[in-house]
Design a protein around this ligand. Sequence first.
Ligand code: FEH
Ligand code: ZN
Length: 356
Amino acid sequence: MLMRAARMYGYHEPLRLEEIPVPTPEPDEVLVKVSAAGMCRSDYQLIEGYFEQAAPLEFPAVPGHEVAGRVAATGSAVPRSAGLSEGDQVVVNPGWGDGTCRQCHEGNEQLCTGSGGWIGFGPPGGFADYVAVPRRHLIRVPGGDQKAEHLAPLTDAGLTPYRGVKKLRAGGKLGPGRTVVVAGIGGLGSYAVQYAKLLGGGATVVAFSRTDEKLALARRNGADHTVNTRDLKPGQVQDELEALTGRRTVDAILDCAGAPASITLDFEILAAEGVVVSVGLMGTKVEVPLNVIVGTELSYFGSFWGNYNDLTEVLALAAAGRIQHSVTTVTFEDINDNLQALARGDVVGRQAIVFA
Ligand code: FEH
Ligand code: ZN
């Protein structure tokens, strides 16, 4: 049987839309009929060779790491105890480790230091009608069926800021009387604002973006205040914060942008003992003010993707109707145009390909 697949034959080239054989699942794998695949800026970065040094691809390769679908078949070694039956709605936990290194044994396969390979970054991904998934990376969607185009982005755009906000909370800087900034309202930021309200224990949430349309989305997602930082000069962001919150500094920042200018601003507005968690990867190198970090005892954490348990918590929030989704459905045929829109920063919320 043949299926549609969008494949890379090299870096810096458009994906080729082809018909290829449906994969046969290995004994411990499950064949998933893809219902929806989220489109992430990391897909664009992959195609442009950003990860070529760290994880060179073998071509042809199928990208796509935000996958929701239904069980089509199970491999011969998938136990009945896995509770996976044909037709079940599932999502793929995308951070695939090798299951042998310390990080994998600690349950953080997204941090695998061994021979792990993430779906869509080597192992064939979800920009296709079917994908074969090792059983341990599949999660059956709890509660009733949900829209696949809402579920798929939760496995990265929805998962990554969730882990980041949990790290902010662990840093002890969320709660009544606290102020938390979500910097960057792209695919991750609209979820981040919601988690900052849900997990923030009453903290005031301020959204930063350079685009009014994205700030409007942040307000719809519960931000208490918004600041357009595009044309503000040094000190003017603090003026805005003071006018909005009565304070010129904030206690916690989830940086979903990762652009150097955003990181610089983070360290200009953090209060003493403040915490910043970076999840955004717009840039590659940033400068941080060592004297300020040491002199005011700041904490700077990285947070990457999420683990299986983080994703089960996100799915439980979604099943309980606690997450607002801002997803635009796009077609398989337009995948290359949509990747370019992502690269330009033209996408508000998340795009997801729906496979009828
Ligand atoms: C995935 C793989 C590599 C780099 C960045 C990412 C993000 O989409 C994870 O949130
Ligand atoms: Zn590992």
